[in-house]
Design a protein around this ligand. Structure first.
Ligand SMILES: Cc1cn([C@H]2C[C@H](O)[C@@H](COP(=O)(O)OP(=O)(O)O[C@H]3O[C@@H](C)C(=O)[C@@H](O)[C@H]3O)O2)c(=O)[nH]c1=O
Length: 185
């Protein structure tokens, strides 16, 4: 059983699943298209991604792709724990520039649905953390964009600062929120 619930930014959803345990172990539905449709989400996922981060304090983000490769994402953790963060980049939105930060772990199996129009990133809260996410458009390096994870204007309360964060070279160079071109919305 899959339940889809709104967050403070209503188009961003928390997805909860029911785990059925028995003597063998457990069974769980990780994704259910009908439950999403009943929640008004009709996005079609076309690619499943996984990333593994060895170090606690690894930050990946904040990332998004532009049209026609903009992606909605459904994020879950297979091993370990993350602080998952999404930032509303939709200029016409009443929550433009606001963010949601939610802990996701392998233990609670909570997932986050991130609609098109948001930047996404996370910080690992444990070593050896594996993140799985479905996306609704294929990877396109030409449409791949970033937003500075530690832009003070975003007000994100990351668990680590720049001195401790493990980042890719790419993620050290993204523009500030105020410098994103208007054409992204
Ligand atoms: C995202 C992606 C990367 N790659 C390749 C490109 C590159 O050589 C290598 C690592 O890519 P990155 O450094 O962009 O990986 P990463 O920093 O983990 O990027 C991911 O971060 C999280 C927060 C997201 O939301 C994702 O959409 C994605 O942007 O993998 C693909 O082949 N397909 C993909 O879909």
């Amino acid at each position: 059983m899959v339940r889809v619930e709104p967050t403070q930014i209503p188009d961003v959803k928390i997805v909860r699943t029911t785990v059925f345990t028995d003597a063998r172990g457990y069974f769980v539905e990780d994704y259910n298209q009908r439950a999403f449709a009943e929640a008004g989400i009709h996005d079609v996922f076309v690619q499943d991604n996984s990333s593994f981060s060895t170090r606690m304090g690894t930050i990946r983000g904040l990332h998004f792709q532009t049209e026609p490769f903009a992606q909605a994402k459904l994020v879950r953790v297979g091993r370990g724990r993350i602080l998952d963060v999404v930032v509303d980049l939709r200029r016409s939105s009443s929550t433009y520039g606001q963010h949601i930060a939610l802990e996701l772990s392998a233990d609670d199996r909570q997932q986050l649905f991130v609609p098109v129009g948001f930047a996404h990133g996370f910080c690992t809260l444990e070593p050896d953390t594996e993140v799985h996410y479905k996306v609704t458009a294929h990877y396109s390096p030409a449409h791949d964009r970033g937003l500075a994870w530690n832009d003070p204007a975003l007000g994100i309360d990351w668990p680590v600062g720049p001195a401790q964060a493990m980042l890719s070279d790419k993620d050290k160079t993204h523009p500030l929120f105020a410098d994103l071109p208007a054409s992204f919305s």
